[in-house]
Design a protein around this ligand. Structure first.
Ligand code: XMP
Length: 505
């Protein structure tokens, strides 16, 4: 595997994804906890950083345990740090070193095998290396950057000041492949099939005859995690799927069926009443989230206690939930809690098993395909844990849920019918606490307005409103107003994130 030391760059996860795309396993570790080298670690990549090496608080770990022992590639800050630690100079750059640049020349080096002469690379740094130590050999430059890349004499140590991990470095992938495969000698055998097989094997060893309980949500992550655990321990996995009364129309029954088809041992719990009671009179979004979270934990805990001798809690945590870029100022790494089930592990005092905690979302889908999880689960849009509870603005009642379920189902089925579902990252409807005047036949109406929201996004961190065809919006609006009693107006949300968010609450 490849070890990636994180110095806090926004691109660190991207380096990991690129290495994984080469079918090589890698892990990100914070710069202040360099793991001991083992024979499986074939090379190290030092990430970029928002810091300057000249800053007294900047990350400055001792790299002597790595340099000369194992191949090392420093990217941007990683390169500057190596040069600076060994007596080179790093200064604020005087010329523009952001964005597109082209290599002016590069020498014959294993790092640049197969890379074209004037390859486009992507720069993003405020500092630049102005002088390298005498045992560093320059291997590439651009018109404005003298030290675009270097190699250390007698070592497999390389530094590059541009970012091979971003797609704008057009041959960045070749450079990373040269490092990971040719220089480090990694075998390209980390595939989703190999992952599924070895994970099932190690789950078997870890869990033995123990019982595991796990909450399912209908989403991709929990479904794939449960299926892997099920392959390892069969009926000793007890899945609990709670109907909180805030799911999409018919979702509970349909998802329960899919799970049963997968052979999972699922207990479906109808807890609609408990959730509506807990939500009664609440209008503040955070108060609603808390009530929904708390009720889920109570129901899940009560259900789990009916199963004898459970030792483990299974969770669908994925890699981005576990790693966040390290806080470069402080010594500790922030770990995100899985927001849907926050508080559950503490309450239940069970050991945690998280088979997907090393995978990115697209890798989870790939593993899911590998183990034959149906596409209706794998390609499902993300859906928030609090469900329709945060799409009904204001207080929640069973009647409002039903109106919104009907509206949402017309919208989502319409997207599917018009082949638009897969081009949208997430979609749904929002019930507004607004009534407006309309006319139906000769009658005046005074009824609810609903908003439709559809966005395109990669990871939900930023999003653009989806430019859905007018004809489609017209059809959906007509169908909603004609079929859903109590709704006489449909609006389409054209805000991007930021500054808006995807959900309205
Ligand atoms: P926002 O509204 O912050 O949403 O732009 C980004 C993504 O997160 C989902 N979301 C939630 N998911 N619990 C969840 O499990 C929540 O409380 C929650 N709030 C927002 C949202 O659906 C979108 O995919």
């Amino acid at each position: 595997q490849i070890l990636i030391l994180d110095f806090g760059s926004q691109y660190t996860q991207l380096i990991a994804r690129r290495v994984r795309e080469l079918n090589v396993y890698c892990e990100i570790h914070p710069f202040h906890h360099i793991p001991a080298l083992t024979p499986d670690i074939k090379g190290v990549i030092l990430s970029g950083s928002p810091c300057s090496v000249r800053d007294s608080e900047a990350p400055n770990p001792d790299l002597t345990s790595l340099l000369g022992q194992i191949p090392v590639l420093g990217v941007c800050y990683g390169a500057q740090l190596m040069a600076w630690q060994q007596g080179g100079s790093v200064e604020p750059s005087r010329t523009r070193e952001y964005g597109r640049a082209h290599l002016a020349s590069h020498t014959v080096s294993p790092l640049f095998n197969g890379v074209s002469e004037h390859s486009q690379v992507w720069m993003s740094h405020g500092d630049t290396i102005t002088q390298v130590p005498s045992h560093f050999k320059l291997i590439a430059n651009t018109e404005t950057v003298t030290v675009a890349a270097f190699q250390v004499d007698g070592q497999q140590t390389y530094g590059i000041q541009f970012h091979p991990e971003v797609t704008h470095s057009l041959e960045g992938k070749t450079i990373l492949k040269n490092f990971v495969v040719d220089i480090c000698g990694c075998k390209q055998d980390w595939t989703s099939a190999a992952f599924a097989e070895s994970t099932v094997q190690s789950l078997k060893e870890k869990l033995g005859n123990d019982k595991v309980v796990m909450g399912l949500s209908g989403g991709v992550d929990s479904s794939v995690a449960a299926t892997l655990i099920h392959k390892a321990i069969g009926q000793n996995l007890y899945c609990i799927f709670v109907d909180n009364g805030l799911l999409r129309k018919n979702e509970f029954e349909e998802v329960l069926h899919s799970y049963q088809d997968l052979g999972l041992n699922v207990i479906g719990v109808d807890a609609k009443k408990e959730f509506y009671a807990a939500l009664s009179g609440l209008t503040d979004p955070e108060a609603k989230r808390k009530a929904i979270g708390r009720t889920f934990i109570e129901i899940f805990d009560a259900e789990a206690h009916k199963i004898q001798d459970v030792k483990w809690l299974g969770q669908g945590t994925i890699y981005p939930d576990v790693i966040e870029s390290v806080s470069v100022k402080g010594p500790s790494v922030t770990i995100k809690s899985h927001h849907n089930v926050g508080g559950l592990p503490e309450k239940m005092k069970l050991k945690i098993v998280e088979p997907l905690n090393a995978l990115f979302k697209d890798e989870v889908r790939e593993v899911g395909r590998q183990i034959n999880i149906p596409t209706n689960i794998l390609n499902r849009h993300p859906f928030p844990g609090p469900g329709l509870g945060i799409r009904i603005l204001g207080d929640i009642t069973a009647e409002k849920v039903q109106v919104l379920q009907d509206v949402d189902s017309i919208f989502i089925n319409g997207l599917k019918k018009h082949n638009l579902y897969d081009s949208v990252w997430q979609a749904g409807a929002i019930l507004l606490p607004v009534q407006s005047v309309g006319v139906m036949g000769d009658e005046r109406t005074y009824e609810n307005a609903v908003a439709l929201r559809a966005v395109t996004s990669v990871d939900g961190m930023t999003a653009d409103w989806a430019h859905l065809p007018y004809e489609f919006l017209a059809d959906v609006s007509n169908e909603i107003i004609n079929k859903v009693k109590g709704v006489n107006r449909v609006v389409y949300d054209i805000s991007s994130k930021p500054p808006a968010t995807i959900e309205w609450e």
